[in-house]
Write a protein that binds this ligand. Structure first.
Ligand code: NDP
Ligand code: 8X3
Length: 248
């Protein structure tokens, strides 16, 4: 299969690219840092094609897709994985610029890729879009404000795509992971403060990018007549902690 992954230069996307290539699939790995993708291509070989793409820039998406080698077409699976959280401040202290970047990347970028690739999947009557949501799209937490809201968009957009695809064989899944360590996610969220980022994962057994990639491979290789609509996964150590009351 030909699989396009956004955000393949790190974290889940990189781990998924490695697993898919090892299983004989062809991967189009997209991200802004082309040097990281090219380094990955050196180890993964010709079944991995590195593509510079900024999902917040529609011209960049268009250029990336038109420039794809013929061997990597048609795209069977789109994994909308590129995304980020910025900040953990409560809404009344958050930076507007952080909010805008999360919306541009997690919502508008994912929409743009979907808009670009869904019509050809529908025309072929085959294809699969996997969106990377988050538990933050369902469960509110302190400081999750716009990040969680972007992932709530991703969840409902995924479900609405399913509704629009009535009668089509194109599949859509929203994968909703909880806390996953070992990626760049928290470093980005804390604007490069490695100490704060490390604290998030200290003292318990985290899920890893490889765990998430295992699940994604399972989804991608699942039978074409089966649609997993939503899938929420967490490390065992993470769970619901109930509603909070501020006492006098
Ligand atoms: P990482 O920060 O490790 O990786 C994020 C990837 O997204 C990078 O490859 C980055 O590449 C890419 N990216 C960011 N912005 C853009 C952009 N504008 N255009 C193209 N690519 C972009 O994060 P994770 O792997 O941990 O997270 C991946 C996804 O999973 C995200 O959507 C995140 O919200 C979600 N998630 C993460 C969880 C976690 O605990 N880690 C849990 C639940 C969901 P580059 O900088 O080179 O462009
Ligand atoms: C990231 C998971 O729990 O840090 O989407 O919000 S969490």
């Amino acid at each position: 299969m030909n699989i396009l992954i956004t955000g393949a230069s790190a974290g889940f996307g990189e781990a998924l690219a490695k697993q898919l290539v090892a299983k004989g699939h062809c991967v189009i790995g997209c991200a802004r840092r082309l040097d990281k993708l090219e380094a990955l291509a050196e180890t993964l070989g010709e079944r991995f094609t590195p593509v510079a793409m900024d999902v917040t820039d529609t011209a960049s998406i268009e250029a990336a897709l038109t420039g794809l080698p013929a061997a990597f077409r048609p795209i069977d699976v789109l994994v909308n994985n590129a995304g980020l959280a910025l900040g953990t401040e409560p809404a009344f202290e958050a930076k507007l610029d952080d909010w805008m970047r999360m919306v541009d990347t997690n919502i508008k970028g994912l929409m743009a890729l979907t808009h670009a690739l869904l019509p050809e999947m529908v025309k072929r009557n085959s294809g699969y879009i996997i969106n990377i949501g988050s538990i933050a799209g369902t469960w509110p937490y302190y400081g999750g404000n716009v990040y969680g809201a972007t992932k709530a968009f991703v969840k409902q957009f995924s479900l609405n795509l399913r509704a629009d695809l009535l009668g089509s064989k194109v599949r859509v899944t929203n994968l909703e992971p909880g806390n996953v360590g070992g990626t760049e996610f928290s470093n980005v969220r804390y604007h490069g403060d490695a100490e704060k980022a490390a604290k998030v994962y200290a003292g318990f057994e985290n899920m890893t990018a490889e765990d998430v990639a295992d699940i994604l491979v399972w989804l991608i290789e699942s039978p074409a007549h089966v649609n997993v609509n939503r899938l929420e996964v967490m490390p065992v150590a993470q769970t619901y902690n109930g509603l909070t009351i501020a006492k006098d």
